[in-house]
Design a protein around this ligand. Sequence first.
Ligand SMILES: [Zn+2]
Length: 281
Amino acid sequence: MMRATRRLSKTKRFLLDHPYCCFCGGAELATTIDHVPPKACFPEGHSPEEFEFPACEQCNGESRRDDQLFGFYAQLLDFNESNRTPADVAKITKLRDSISHNFPDALPDASTARPVYNVGSVITPSPLAIEVRTPSLFREPIETLERKLTHALYYRETGRALSKTHSFLSEFYQPQGSSDVLTKYLVGLLPDKTIGGRSNVKNYGERFGYRSGWKEVEDFFMYIAQFGKGLIVWGIVLGPNTKISESANYLRARPWRKAGCREKVPETWGEDFVDSPNTTD
Ligand SMILES: [Zn+2]
């Protein structure tokens, strides 16, 4: 009984400090605490408290399936052996069982498995890993994660919710071989190293970390986040008066989304969405 009371007051206290949902424009009253990254990315009991965000019922509830699927794939793609504790393995097994029961089409297709013999330009005589085609159903969980992570990190770093006059771009890739060049490039673009005197590099064990920067006057925000050693998600936010320069063709051609709403990526985009962004056409 005491426990339940304390839990309730903790939520209430949190919502007093954060009255508005940070995912749908900042005008809707928050009634719940949402976890971004989702709890499914971490072993049981390890969900980081500092990644709690105010959310309305709809924003929190509508991503439940995608949260579960993203957590499963983020852990599956993580080749950091130190993230393979018994608690991690138990969580992955639990997620897999739950997904195979509720969304069987979302599990990796074992019939597409093929051995992988190289890391970048290094070729090995025996397979290093097994590659499995990611089912197309992974598109929605990653889009949801990208959108929620962009809104959450902007809120966390600036203290403001993204509004519908902001636009954002977010993409993901697996950090292998030549993609590391892109990681260095993105980190190099970050406008600031610290915000308000505190470090803006946050790590949660080896499972999640991010770097970000914000130019307040231009309202330009950028982040790069890493899930274990398997997945990198990055994003850029532009305020209403900030434009991408005419010469930045790569950025201009990307699928920008309107912030503060639950808009999906346009349907025409998607054929190449599993490629790393530095792939040449
Ligand atoms: Zn909302």
